[in-house]
Design a protein around this ligand. Structure first.
Ligand SMILES: [Zn+2]
Ligand SMILES: [Zn+2]
Length: 320
């Protein structure tokens, strides 16, 4: 099925991204297969996009699980970062400001949907905020078109049924799926995507396309490092890297919650080959979301954070 906006999406310099020595971290013995959370999680969502915990509750949950570093990477919005940063001071962990942007890389063979994580972006950057506001508007328009299609299919659902689940964040298909569950048209989110919302389903509306290279530039102009999220979703990964690395891509998500060890090892080799920073995270959307998607579930080396920080040219945090 199509991947729900993930249940399953800008300064300072235009210079070549800073290169770094190959990273040497490997998973410490005894921490690999167990359920114990690790120290770093660089991919999480809150109620400011399609997660179910507020930024404060998310940071509290991370602290309670013993994490030291958390990045909040809501889809196409920076609106939760200030709250998460304040909570981080309270709970004694470090929050890396982040965002996940949905982009489209087109070539002669079609379009690839590329999710880009932007780390250490300046979340007060006016240009980035303006661009993201336009993204949010496009998301809202898409949601309204989807509800119209659902109406045409005989389902009585209004944009307000969806918006009341969104709060102050960005709207995505998971919110529409939850509204369909609440209205008892489907029994769970998966059925909502399979029957109505997924690619190829009758109420599917494609996302407006933003070129991946443009998103990379937006992230870098806001002082951040652009990292390719969950790259195993992508076909022709090497072809994509061949054009996105010269365009300023700085990292790739290796330690993703749902990936098994062989996949992570293969991605680690790809990261080393392209001199990309190997990052990782659970893609947490709230408790009991999906296997492998609990806070801190994948091992992510602490030096991922150091490499991101130095690539973004930020001083070390003093918050923990
Ligand atoms: Zn994603
Ligand atoms: Zn995500």
């Amino acid at each position: 099925m199509d991947k729900p906006d993930d249940p399953t999406a800008w300064s300072v310099t235009d210079a070549t991204p800073s290169r770094h020595d190959p990273q040497s971290s490997t998973e410490p013995p005894g921490r690999s297969g167990g359920d114990a959370p690790h120290l770093v999680d660089l991919h999480t969502h809150s109620t400011q996009s399609d997660g179910t915990l507020t930024p404060t509750a998310l940071v509290r949950a991370a602290a309670e699980r013993g994490l030291q570093v958390l990045s909040l990477t809501d889809h196409d919005t920076l609106s939760g970062i200030a709250e998460a940063t304040a909570a981080a001071q309270l709970f004694g962990i470090e929050v890396v400001p982040g965002v996940e942007m949905s982009s489209s890389a087109s070539d002669g063979n079609g379009n690839s949907s590329v999710h880009l994580l932007g780390y250490y972006v300046d979340y007060d950057n006016v240009d980035l905020r303006t661009e993201l506001a336009a993204f949010a508007l496009a998301r809202q328009t898409r949601m309204e078109r989807i509800t119209e299609k659902l109406n045409d299919l005989g389902l009585q659902i209004l944009p307000d049924d969806v918006l009341k689940l969104v709060g102050s964040g960005t709207v995505g298909r998971p919110h529409i799926a939850r509204a369909l569950v609440n209205l008892e048209y489907v029994s769970d989110l998966r059925e909502a995507f399979d029957r109505y919302l997924g690619r190829g389903a009758p109420a599917f509306v494609p996302r407006p396309k933003v070129e991946t290279e443009r998103c990379i530039q937006m992230i870098r102009r806001a002082g951040g490092v652009a990292v390719m999220a969950h790259p195993r979703d992508l076909e022709r990964l090497d072809d994509l890297l061949d054009r996105l690395v010269p365009a300023g891509l700085g990292g790739i998500e290796v330690y993703y919650g749902e990936y098994d060890d062989p996949t992570r090892q293969e991605l680690r080799r790809i990261a080393d080959r392209w001199e990309l920073i190997a990052t990782g995270g659970s893609d947490y959307h709230g408790p009991n979301f999906k296997m492998g998607r609990e806070l801190g579930s994948p091992f992510v080396p602490l030096d991922s954070v150091e490499h991101l920080r130095s690539a973004a040219n930020r001083p070390a945090s003093t918050s923990c």
